[in-house]
Design a binder for this molecule. Structure first.
Ligand code: ADP
Ligand code: MG
Ligand code: MG
Length: 889
């Protein structure tokens, strides 16, 4: 294998091997842009080193060969006293990662070669400045010396000289500083600063390799789910100098504004400076536009190069550059990070410029970004006092009174207060408080901490790991940087999309994107903002491309109408259980308690018109679109009063000698229906088979509602769905009864109804016998929530709060299988069942209902599995539409 690539040998598609920085340096080199020559040591070399603890034997020789070639090109030798070549050693993984080793510049300088550099450049001050920088960077990053020691010494030198900035230090001062720095190295690292240039380079390379397994880097990878075995590349790049006087400098630039996407001149420039000086804020930078005045030639050339890069990468690029005595050099570029809003805008701008097509535009955005844009957010105009920043664990903008324990959170929220639950970290005991709170803030823990996992599962705003905040739960207070104390009851605001924490109440504004989907803001209108325009167009691209249809989970006309506005093409899941609650509870109780057929039929008769009216409204709202109605699913005891409450009532009545015959019967029924494990108990189709007349009443209500809509010249498209079927026999019995009822209604009303009857596939047995089940079903809807529970054998209501954190931390799964479909397990059952079903019945309609229907990664899976539609909650519909479009392009 080859472990080292010259910049002329690589290209931008080799990121796995050369890392992002190396691949792009090579790309720029091959585009003919002015990149200082150099070479890249591959991630493969790093992997060998990390696995074996030793650098591969061949590596040293290859590095020597490439170094020799570089020396020849540059006509200098690394660290040679009279004509030194200097290089930078730069880390560069596939993904840029905080915690990786910083770059070391000016490698090759020593007590001898510093003289040579001074002569070469005709500038003694510059040479000593470069040398002190080398010792400082090398000491800190390679030898592990506390960087503050160098900073303090530099400050002292400035003070002694009574100057404000480092550029005012002269050669003699810097020379003294070098002596000081070397002493610091000796004292702290227990060794001399290496004078051998090759040793400097080799140690720096090794330090980059080692930094891959630094604690901070590992933590970051866990949080971002970046695999631990990628390794990092190392770039060795000949130095160019921005610190050679006022005609030199260094800067950063963006080809367009990463916040808005607008084209223009964005960036910062600093004269007479090297490397990190620009971002380190040691002196005030000037806006990039100023460069035109300072050095018109370099400025024009830079603008030209930026245009070249944009046209080449067909995307926003960010750039690092240096000017050495009027000569421009490119030191880095990459496709730049951007805000979610800018991603949409830039994608449409690039289409308008003819750089990319619609399919490519869809790849430039994603559902997570769209979801982020749909959360309400803090008013940008508002005056805010930011006091901390943690990890953006679960998006949203939440405002409330600070509480420091779960009990208070629940108590206060019951009395109508909005609260933010603040903890060092959360555990399962905090669950009630988390449910009661508007948002959750912790000072410890990352993206897979308990707080983060549970909050995401609940869709609750969460900022975690805000380490500058000192949370003292015993004294119910939090101290923020600067010493201000937040007491229980003080208002705080947290932004789960940015991780920012504010004091006081920051006003919240609705998302313009939601206003648009709701039809309260229109694309093309005068006042529509650019973001809405862009979202509108991207959604149109997605709708044109996608094959999957998108339906909504909705149980009432109001939700159905909203879903339609959001682009739903029908209802994939209407849960009928809510129709059994509220005022109707009494009727349901009577149904459950009925001793005789007559009593039972009586209560069913009373429920019928109520159910029918629900469906009439729903079919009207969804006129012309399919509506899948699921017959009653949850266990019956859910409709009866709480067992403890009822026992108390009975006991009280007894002691007061009051009549309590009804309560007693209820209590007996509750006992009779009590199950140890209700989710695996009497529910779904089992209920329909055990309680005569229940399902037929529901079918009659659906059929009569459809007939009524037909009579009113509507176009109802009802589909009847039987839940929790495990075997085709169950379905056949229910189906026969249903067919019978539908025929009756058809005869009575003189209308042909064409109601489809199908089933949910949510038990492993149903999936495994899908071929048989399809004999009796016109459609399948995969109930992936229950299917995940039953395939894994864990209860969704319990596990997210108990052992999922540990599982995520141990990497047993990267993401909760309730969030993203488990492709290998649950997913392969879905695929097999879909195939078996279609073999029996080629026109079998296949859909998914359940949370996965609105999850980006899962949507791609369902597209590939050949399903016809996904169904999700109204709010996720745009996300599903977008991802379905992306999956198809
Ligand atoms: P990071 O990934 O932190 O940006 P870089 O490797 O890009 O680290 O380097 C840090 C700084 O040093 C950047 O400002 C970069 O432009 C500058 N730099 C890196 N290599 C050289 C070089 N050969 N000559 C001059 N400046 C360099
Ligand atoms: Mg850089
Ligand atoms: Mg279910």
């Amino acid at each position: 294998v080859k472990f080292v690539y010259d910049f002329t040998e690589g290209n931008k598609d080799l990121k796995d091997l050369l890392g992002g920085k190396g691949a792009n340096l090579a790309e720029m080199t091959n585009l003919g842009l002015p990149v200082p020559p150099g070479f890249t040591i591959t991630t493969e070399a790093c992997k060998v080193y990390l696995d074996s603890g030793e650098e591969p034997v061949a590596l040293r020789d290859e590095v020597s060969a490439h170094l020799a070639a570089l020396e020849k090109t540059m006509d200098k030798k690394l660290g040679q006293p009279d004509n030194p070549l200097l290089v930078s050693v730069r880390s560069g993984a596939k993904f840029s990662m905080p915690g990786m080793m910083d770059t070391v510049l000016n490698i090759g300088l020593s007590d001898k070669s510093v003289q040579g550099l001074a002569k070469q450049a005709g500038d003694e001050r510059f040479a000593w400045d470069s040398y002190r920088r080398l010792i400082q960077m090398f000491g800190k990053t390679v030898l592990g010396v506390d960087g503050d020691l160098f900073e303090d010494a530099l400050e002292e030198a400035k003070k002694a000289k009574k100057v404000a900035v480092d550029t005012e230090l002269e050669a003699a001062d810097l020379k003294k500083l070098v002596t000081k720095f070397k002493k610091i190295v000796k004292a702290e690292a227990g060794r001399d600063f290496p004078q051998d240039p090759r040793e400097q380079m080799d140690l720096a390379i090794k330090a980059v390799f080692d930094s891959w397994n630094g604690e901070r880097a590992k933590l970051y990878r866990r949080q971002e789910r970046i695999p631990h075995d990628l390794g990092t590349a190392v770039n060795v790049c000949s130095m160019v100098f921005g610190n050679l006087g006022p005609d030199s400098g260094t800067g950063v630039a963006f080809t367009r504004d990463p916040a808005s996407g607008h084209q223009g001149v964005y960036g910062d420039y600093l004269q007479n400076a090297q490397g990190e000086d620009v971002v380190a804020g040691i002196r005030n930078t000037v806006a990039l536009g100023e460069l035109e005045r300072i050095d018109k030639k370099s400025y024009d050339q830079l603008m030209q190069i930026m245009e070249t890069l944009e046209n080449h990468y067909k995307d926003l690029c960010d750039i690092e550059f240096t000017i050495e005595r009027g000569q421009l050099w490119m030191l880095q570029t990459r496709v730049g990070k951007r805000t979610a809003g800018a991603a949409f805008r830039i994608a449409t701008q690039l289409v308008d410029q003819g750089l990319i097509d619609e399919a490519e535009a869809l790849q430039r955005v994603n559902g997570a970004q769209l979801a982020q844009l749909m959360f309400p957010r803090f008013d940008e105009q508002a005056k805010v006092e930011q006091v901390g920043r943690g990890i953006a664990a679960s998006p949203g903008a939440a405002v409330g009174k600070a509480v420091f324990d779960s009990y208070t959170a629940v108590k206060w929220s019951r009395s109508g207060e909005k609260v933010i639950l603040i903890r060092r970290e959360t555990n399962p005991d905090d669950l009630d408080g988390m449910i009661a709170a508007e948002g959750i803030l912790t000072s410890r823990g990352g993206k897979t901490s308990h707080a983060a996992v549970v909050a995401r599962g609940m869709g609750k705003t969460c900022v975690c790991g805000a380490e500058e905040l000192e949370v003292d739960t015993k004294r119910r207070r939090m101290t923020v940087p600067g010493g201000h104390v937040v007491e229980e009851g003080d208002l705080v605001s947290i932004d789960g999309s940015s991780g920012k924490v504010y004091l006081g109440e920051v006003p919240v504004v609705p998302s313009p994107v939601v206003e648009y989907f709701e039809g309260r803001m229109h694309a093309g209108a005068d006042d529509a903002d650019e973001l809405v325009e862009a979202v509108h167009r991207i959604m149109a691209f997605a709708d044109r491309k996608r094959r999957l249809r998108v339906r909504a989970n909705a149980d009432n006309a109001e939700d159905a109408l909203r879903a339609r506005r959001f682009g739903a093409q029908g209802i994939g899941l209407c849960r009928t259980e809510h129709m059994f609650l509220g005022d109707r509870r009494e009727l349901v109780e009577r149904l459950i308690l009925a001793d005789t057929d007559v009593e039972r039929e009586e209560s069913l008769k009373q429920l019928l018109p109520l159910q029918k009216q629900d469906f009439v409204e729903l079919f009207e709202a969804m006129d012309g679109l399919p509506v899948t109605v699921r017959l009653l699913d949850p266990p019956l005891h859910e409709f009866l009063p709480d067992i403890t409450e009822l026992s108390v009532r009975v006991a009280l009545a007894e002691s007061r000698k009051e009549p309590h015959e009804n309560e007693l019967r209820l209590l007996q029924a509750v006992h009779r229906l009590h199950e140890q494990n209700p989710m695996l108990g009497l529910r779904g189709v089992r209920l329909g088979l055990v309680i005569p007349g229940l399902f037929t009443m529901q079918v009659r209500a659906i059929a009569e509602a459809a007939a009524e809509r037909r009579a009113a010249k509507g176009d109802p498209r009802a589909e009847i769905m039987i839940p929790l079927v495990g075997t085709v026999q169950e379905l056949e019995i229910v189906r026969d009864e249903a067919d019978h009822v539908v025929a009756e209604v058809e005869a009575a009303t003189g209308t042909e109804l064409k109601l489809a009857i199908g089933t949910m596939i949510e038990l492993p047995r149903a999936a495994l016998t899908a071929g048989q089940i399809a004999e009796a079903a016109e459609f399948f809807s995969f109930g992936t929530n229950d299917l995940t529970q039953t395939v894994w054998g864990f209860s969704r209501d319990d596990v997210e709060a108990s052992f999922f954190t540990a599982y995520l931390e141990k990497g047993i799964f990267g993401v909760s299988p309730f969030e993203t479909i488990d492709k290998d397990g649950v997913g392969s059952l879905v695929k097999a069942a879909a195939q078996a079903g279609r073999e029996t019945r080629p026109d079998l309609k296949l859909g998914v209902c359940g949370e996965h229907g609105g999850d980006p990664e899962s949507v791609h899976f369902f597209h590939e599995a050949g399903l016809d539609y996904v169904s999700c909650s109204p709010f996720r519909i745009p996300v599903a539409r977008l991802e379905a479009g992306r999956a198809a392009s």
